[in-house]
Design a binder for this molecule. Sequence first.
Ligand code: 13P
Length: 286
Amino acid sequence: MLVSLKSILDIAESRGIAIGAFNVTTLEGIRSLVEAAEELDQPVIMQFANSAHRELISLEMIGPIMMYFAEDAKVPVCVHLDHGETFDEVRRALDLGFTGVMYDGSMLPFEQNAANSRVVVEMAEKCGASVEAEIGAMGREEFASVGDSGHEAVEAVYTDPDQAAKFVRETGVDCLACSFGTVHGIYMSEPHLDIPRVGEIHRKAGVPVVMHGGSGVSDDDYRAVIAEGVRKINYYTYSAKFAGDFVREKIAAAKGNIYFHDIAAWGAESMKDTYQKAIRVFSGLQ
Ligand code: 13P
């Protein structure tokens, strides 16, 4: 069942949980995500980061497949654009029927970011979609994408809670991606999260907090940030890495022919397992 980002975040807020927002780049990822969520009977956000993954597949190719699976799902699913960088990209996602869009103006000066985010809120409202925006900088430019070679270092700037409150008042966004110690991609050292900052942002800004760089974080840290108001956790890199590791093991152990569909199925098996482990922690199951 396709639902808006706002309605899925309302579920998270009322239950005091976070919803996993998993980036998809393949049919195997999409299918295994919906299966994982349905088996656990939990809502989920399925998102595509066109800015990072367009070399793997275009928004116009993957978008309708995401929509198909979301509409057919037995649990609430939001189809979301991750890290939209231009109005055109946002427009394209809304035209495909996406029910959530992120506008990422975090590299712009505050006023410009707020003005652009406001425009995106108006665009999305007309389509019944909801908006995520970002202030602060995560400290790493990209999560795992083609070739996974050069992650550019960007200096982390933690989100200021008073600025977050001002930003939400000026823009009317539904949720806010904030910087408090996570980074996109593989962690080079153990992350140390500024957990009280999450609580202060949540209280002052009055909207759900979104954690980017959400894969590779410990279960204790997930629970701690959820207790302080994180309601959407973006997750990609480690699910893709674990699937790659699993395929490597399977190939090493295999006897005889390996067909490409075997590789796709091993990847799907691993991703489903990773998604379920994450969803269990995010929704306080077990
Ligand atoms: P990871 O790189 O930690 O999986 O984060 C993904 C993300 O934040 C997408 O926006």
